[in-house]
Design a protein around this ligand. Structure first.
Ligand code: PBG
Length: 339
């Protein structure tokens, strides 16, 4: 039998006993480097027109499209669980080429914000700013046909609409806007319109490094925003690039972003780490629909232990450098942390 202490004496080989600090839960807790808390989480929610609507998204078990009344009720529970912040996505009653309902002061998100602020004034409301849920073609901006069946998203024409959308959200009472469209220059344009209208204290969280990812599949069912043709590769980032992510984030910070986001999370932990170490900005990461669906599906098959994987993935995202995590697990994780 080998005695490690003797072994060290005779061979000079270092035999540090790392296991000493792993022997009990108490000592493990004492030396733990990363801890999660409910205020780390932002809960994404989908709001639809109508009343008493509670429609589960088939590829995202336990995530619902909710009408405003149901959303308000649900948010009461979210807040009670310790999650202080939600991000709202709207599904309009009518889609058109220019996504008009996105910047309609009586749009579904604008109504939802007003109702939530009446009932839950302390809930921190973030809104996703993009056109893809509102356009008939499902693209994130204004289109110009370049050839039959082919179109291009016009960057600068889209900016004005995104800024208008942001302003209507903030006028309705949103606490922060989060542009997710990946058009160039949108943070600057949104910042300046908010400032001109006196909303100088309203922060912007930009989806700064957003990749063209297959992990958004279930979201597009939830938000009914699948592009009718083509894809989002002309504006979302190539998954192969990380130096480019650093440039994207630098630009958004220069334009006035207060919080920068990396999205998706688990397949891009290196990007989160790079962004946090280079800029030391408040950094968010989005554990997206496909990441959630993947865990749910495996758990339903009995292949993974869901509560454990939920905490392990969230801890990994925070350990990589995220201060905030947008996650469909926000409420479940907050409850688990409270014990
Ligand atoms: C765009 C938007 C998307 C997501 C958040 N904002 C979809 C897309 O870019 O196609 C994805 C979120 C998720 O997958 O959970 N409005």
């Amino acid at each position: 039998m080998i005695n490690l202490t003797e072994f060290k004496k005779t061979t000079g080989f270092p035999t540090v006993r790392m296991r000493r600090l792993r022997m009990t839960e108490t000592i493990r807790e004492m030396v733990r480097e990363t801890t999660l808390q409910p205020s780390d989480f932002i809960y994404p929610m989908f709001v639809v027109p109508g009343g008493k609507v509670r429609h589960e998204i088939s590829s995202m078990p336990n995530v619902y499209q909710l009408s405003v009344d149901e959303l308000v009720r649900e948010c009461g529970k979210v807040y009670a669980a310790g999650v202080k912040s939600v991000i709202l996505f709207g599904i309009p009653s009518h889609k058109d080429e220019y996504g008009s309902e996105a910047y309609d002061e009586n749009g579904v998100v604008q109504q939802a914000i007003r109702e939530l602020k009446k009932e839950l004034p302390d809930l921190f409301i973030i809104t996703d700013v993009c056109l893809c849920e509102y356009t008939s073609h499902g693209h994130c901006g204004v289109l110009r046909e370049t050839a039959p069946g082919k179109a291009e998203i016009l960057n600068d024409e889209t900016l004005e609409l995104l800024a208008k959308e942001s302003l209507t959200h903030v006028q309705a009472g949103a606490d922060m806007v989060a542009p997710s469209d990946m058009m160039d220059g949108r943070v600057a344009v949104i910042r300046s319109l908010l400032d001109e209208n006196g909303f100088t204290s309203t922060p912007i969280m930009s989806y700064a490094a957003k990749y063209a990812s297959g992990f958004y599949g279930p979201f597009r069912e939830a938000a009914e925003s699948t592009p009718k043709f083509g894809d989002r590769k002309s504006h979302q980032m190539d998954p192969a690039n990380v130096n480019e992510a650093v440039r994207e984030v630098a630009l958004d910070i220069d334009e006035g972003a207060d919080i920068v986001m990396v999205k998706p999370a688990l397949a891009y932990l290196d990007v989160i780490y790079r962004v946090k170490t280079e800029f030391k900005m408040p950094t968010a990461a989005y554990q997206v629909s496909g990441e959630y669906a993947m865990i749910k599906a495996a758990a339903r098959n009995g292949w993974l232990d869901e509560p454990r994987i939920m905490m392990e993935t969230l801890t990994a995202i925070k350990r990589a450098g995220a201060d905030l995590i947008l996650t469909y697990y926000a409420v479940d994780a907050a409850k688990a942390l409270k014990g």
